[in-house]
Design a protein around this ligand. Structure first.
Ligand SMILES: Nc1ncnc2c1ncn2[C@@H]1O[C@H](COP(=O)(O)OP(=O)(O)O)[C@@H](O)[C@H]1O
Ligand SMILES: [Mg+2]
Length: 263
């Protein structure tokens, strides 16, 4: 089941620019980025290292402020961190002194939900990320993939309007990474939550996304927005199909053709 149907805009990024003043002068981390994220879609942003992917994500997440431009969530301006925005980073985020269960329950607890509501939410998301039976383990007792599942469960348990993911599987081995991608698609199809996913991995973007937004360097901005036509549900077999391989090649060509001299 694809979620491209409803073209209702959830998030709008308008003329977003971020400059950093460094000892070597001004760095334009992103320049004039415009994009729309539609409700329920899974949109991926790809681009070479340093093109500004994390910068965009951290500004949407309210972690850093734009130099100019604006970000709107359902038409309302976002100016800082918001409970409507959930984030999953590459780095493991669970509290080491809490069990899996306590980690997932943390957000709902902070939101002041009742014990029974918290329990229901925790049970649901621990189950959804396949950590049933591991509730009482501590982060140091978990594998990389399991730790990532905790991060995903925590993000979902907060019920944000949109989930931002910045190379969440970037530190995992290839096999685990692919498994996590397949699991993420399953959760996404069940939860109907908008995901804005940043990666430098073309294969990951092609496998996950409804739409791939491609960024280039110098200027660091969006160069192309490509719909992904593969049906859903997507299974591991898709990865070896000729049309998939061809699509990856196409993405790689678009990225490779960016000479950094446009605009
Ligand atoms: N805090 C910072 N200070 C100075 N330069 C930064 C800072 N954060 C990012 N940059 C620069 O901005 C550009 C974009 O970085 P980033 O968004 O991390 O790229 P990506 O996530 O695509 O690899 C890079 O040139 C990077 O060096
Ligand atoms: Mg990054």
């Amino acid at each position: 089941m694809g979620n491209t149907g409803g073209q209702e805009v959830l998030l709008t990024v308008e003329n977003l620019t971020k400059e950093f003043l460094t000892t070597h002068g001004i760095i334009e981390a992103i320049k004039d980025v415009n994009l729309r994220i539609y409700k329920s879609e899974l949109a991926c942003v790809i681009g070479p290292s340093g093109c500004g992917k994390s910068t965009i994500l951290s500004m949407i997440g309210g972690i850093s402020k734009p130099t100019s431009g604006k970000i709107l969530l359902e038409g309302k301006r976002l100016t800082g961190p918001s409970p409507d925005i959930g984030i999953v980073f590459q780095k493991y985020a669970a509290f080491p002194w809490m069990t899996v269960e306590q980690n997932v329950e943390y957000g709902p607890r902070m939101r002041g939900l009742s014990k029974s509501e918290r329990r229901a939410i925790t049970e649901k998301y621990v189950g959804l990320v396949n950590l049933k039976g591991y509730e009482h383990l501590y982060p140091k007792e978990l594998s990389g993939g399991m730790s990532k599942r905790v991060d995903i469960a925590r993000a979902y348990a907060n019920n944000p309007r949109i989930l931002l993911m910045d190379e969440p599987f970037g530190a995992l081995d290839d096999l685990t990474k692919k498994k996590m991608q397949e699991e993420l698609l399953k959760i996404w199809s069940l939860e109907n939550k908008t995901i804005f996913f940043v990666t430098h991995d073309l294969e990951e973007a092609a496998f996950l996304a409804d739409r791939v937004i491609i960024m280039g360097r110098n200027p660091n901005t969006i160069i192309k927005d490509v719909p992904v036509e593969f049906g859903r549900p997507r299974q591991a077999e898709l990865r070896t199909k000729p049309e998939f391989v061809a699509f990856k090649k196409y993405l790689s060509e678009v990225m490779g053709n960016d000479t950094g001299e446009n605009g």
